[in-house]
Write a protein that binds this ligand. Sequence first.
Ligand code: GUN
Length: 279
Amino acid sequence: MSAQLIDGKAAAAEMNARSLERAQRLREKGVEPHLAVILVGEDPASQTYVRSKEKACERAMIRSTAIRLPGNITQEMLIGKIRELNEDRSIHGILVQLPLPAHLNPDEVIEAIDPRKDVDGFHPVNMGRLSIGLPAPVPCTPAGIMVLLRRYGIDPAGRHAVIVGRSRIVGRPMAMLLINAHATVTVCNTRTPNLGEMTSMADILIVATGHRDTVNASMIRDGAVVIDVGINRFEGKLYGDVASDAADKAGWLTPVPGGVGPMTVAMLLSNTLDIAERG
Ligand code: GUN
């Protein structure tokens, strides 16, 4: 193994310590930072993520209210619930855990969230603002990746960043952040012919497909920065989207677990506090 590991756990711990201080300062001023998390249905991975968000809030003295709704809820009822939370002045941030059950329309659900309470930054207004470089809540996973790059002195300016995956949660906002940071950005998807040719050109390679072994050592340029966003469970173990042989080729690599994952939750706390501090 030659790659240096990017320690997301340590970076997240530092951010979370700062978040605790920020929450304490708000509480001294009589403001209780408050995040509402909506979970629809019984998806086990989503349940795990929501529990970890609740625990992280608790550690940072941020109040969290998890709203668990049945998997067969109607679109109208779900949007009605979101409108209630929009009106509730005690709530600063609203997050709807994705993916939603197939009968629900995530675009309409996200659009129902008040953009000012959109801690995920997924609302079209916030995505639009991000795309033209205006201040906006930034989606947590790509925001966390930018913090990691900065922490390790990796400046995207003038570098070629290749992103594999074009999701709302990671790929698209990641592209916008890297463009704003003056990188040359290529975004690949499942129809990209000869993916390895593209990924081999990357100085910074972000892999966010949700599929194990999307990228292996033969697809990585020597010394590249490789950011593995995947969290794939297989036979009780966690795997990223990048094969383990990548460590022989990459210069920098985020491990799974302990890389990007902890940063996502840390950014969620930070985004919630940004809104609460704005008052
Ligand atoms: N599902 C997986 N990642 C995320 C995230 O960052 N936010 C939401 N709302 N759902 C997710």
